[in-house]
Design a protein around this ligand. Sequence first.
Ligand SMILES: C[S@@+](CC[C@H](N)C(=O)[O-])C[C@H]1O[C@@H](n2cnc3c(N)ncnc32)[C@H](O)[C@@H]1O
Length: 190
Amino acid sequence: MDKIRPAYEELGAEGFYALHGAAYRNPHEPRVHAVLAAILTDPITAEPALLDEVLDLACGSGEATLALRGLGARDVTGIDPYTGAAYRGRTGRDAESLRFEDIAAGALTGRAYSLVVCSYALHLLAESRLPALAYAMSEVTTVFVVVTPHKRPTLRPEWGWHLHREVVVDRARARLYRTSPNPTSPTTRP
Ligand SMILES: C[S@@+](CC[C@H](N)C(=O)[O-])C[C@H]1O[C@@H](n2cnc3c(N)ncnc32)[C@H](O)[C@@H]1O
């Protein structure tokens, strides 16, 4: 990490991935696996149907995809504009080359996923663009898991997302958001 930090600072985050994305690997991948397992097998949030049709947003070299497969996901689609070769190399599948900005502008309109996961990446999007992306995600899924080594970003109820569960494992934080405030309340689930 110390070796890549100067390049990251010089090129900016996106410029860095545009140049080096084919060789990307997350050195904290075991944490990504552990925190996804913790939140998706938590008795409060676990639902087998969640893993039917999953979108791994900003999928890198497949860190979250491989974790999701290990948890029994039936189908995982990866999206990332810069790491296609790395993703293919580790998962055997092509990633769709879309940026957050394309998705915020409606590139996924008409699709439906049981779950969207975005790991170690949503903090790269400018804060001012987060509401549009959050709204676009609420059009394609009802459950959004954000994994981050930071406190931010957080999704807000006024953007359509309610925090349902948060788990921290070894400084990796997973927040599970839903589009409805409380799906386990007697008014929404008999
Ligand atoms: C730190 S990596 C995280 C990758 C992987 N999800 C993980 O858990 O390791 C950040 C990812 O965000 C992607 N990325 C950078 N800028 C982006 C943008 N504007 N839109 C979508 N993805 C972007 C990069 O290509 C990179 O794969």
